[in-house]
Design a protein around this ligand. Structure first.
Ligand SMILES: Nc1ncnc2c1ncn2[C@@H]1O[C@H](COP(=O)(O)OP(=O)(O)OP(=O)(O)O)[C@@H](O)[C@H]1O
Ligand SMILES: [Mg+2]
Length: 270
């Protein structure tokens, strides 16, 4: 294969999984207008696993993550080629209901973005619009369960009717995670979910990610290699829109095969 930029020819490691893939991307290209941001990415995300995506700023991590729940559809000039499946279903297929897809593949953003509503209504929003519950008592239970799973229940249980915007940044991010899990997603995408948080709030979110991984499939973009090492089982290293290397997190951080991966994790660039 021809060398595309210095030091890169094709993905090193095992981007695809023999079994247990929850989502799979094949030959994914992403363009913004005529500028290509992602080049021919093949990558599986394993069931009940945490996949970390790392790489220098601008390498396409957020762009790729957004292809997984069609969040790029909201960007006019963005075009996607290739195939992405959730289990056996093509998420770009004609039959796919995008609103339903985004409930099944939920997303947590870098900056906590609670709705200007009460704490309760933030979490109840998804179950309401998706018609998951009919009775108030059921909704109360869904809200409580989601807040408990996001380990924020004790902090908010006495002020559920107060505005979510009155919470601290770390609390808002856990509330956004509760909002995401309230609709029982299958996959959770997180784009630098801790970058606006202090070390204590970060540690809580990391614990939460580890707990959630027991029941959910998670893909997380992070600039913190310590965080990737703590929370993920597999790590994917992106560089200039290419997936350079993917493998077990332990191996990527102790014995990367590709020089570009090694340069990045040892802090030579990025
Ligand atoms: N809405 C957009 N319109 C045009 N180009 C975009 C848009 N979003 C991203 N890009 C371009 O796509 C490329 C990849 O950007 P992306 O945001 O995916 O990188 P990233 O790896 O998430 O970076 P960071 O670590 O800084 O968040 C960059 O060249 C960027 O300029
Ligand atoms: Mg990004």
């Amino acid at each position: 294969m021809a060398q595309i930029f210095e030091g890169w020819t094709e993905t090193v490691g095992k981007p695809t999984l023999a079994s247990n893939a929850r989502m799979s991307a094949r030959g994914v290209d992403v363009f913004y207008g005529d500028k290509q941001a992602i080049f021919g990415v093949d990558l599986d995300i394993g069931k009940n696993q945490v996949l970390a995506m790392i790489g220098p700023s601008g390498c396409g991590k957020s762009t790729f993550l957004r292809t997984l729940n069609r969040m790029n559809d909201t960007i006019d000039i963005c075009q996607i080629k290739g195939e992405i499946k959730l289990d056996e279903e093509n998420i770009y297929g004609k039959k796919m209901d995008v609103v339903n897809l985004r409930a099944r593949v939920g997303m947590v953003f870098q900056k906590p973005n609670p709705f200007p509503k009460s704490i309760y209504d933030n979490v109840a929003y998804g179950p309401r619009i998706h018609g998951l519950v009919t009775r108030k008592a059921e909704l109360d239970e869904v809200v409580e369960t989601a807040l408990r799973k996001a380990s924020i229940w004790d902090e908010v249980k006495d002020r559920l009717d107060q505005p979510a915007t009155g919470l601290s940044g770390g609390q808002q991010q856990r509330l956004c995670i509760a909002r995401t899990i309230a609709v029982s997603p299958e996959v959770i995408l997180m784009d630098e979910p801790c970058s606006a948080l202090d070390p204590i709030a970060t540690a809580r979110i990391e614990e939460l990610i580890t707990e959630l991984a027991e029941n959910y499939t998670i893909a997380i973009v992070t600039h913190s290699m310590q965080q990737a090492a703590r929370v993920s089982q597999r790590t994917a290293y992106f560089h200039l829109g290419r997936l350079v290397e993917v493998g077990d997190t332990d191996k990527i951080f102790t014995a990367p095969e590709h020089r570009l991966t090694e340069d990045y994790i040892t802090g030579r660039f990025g």
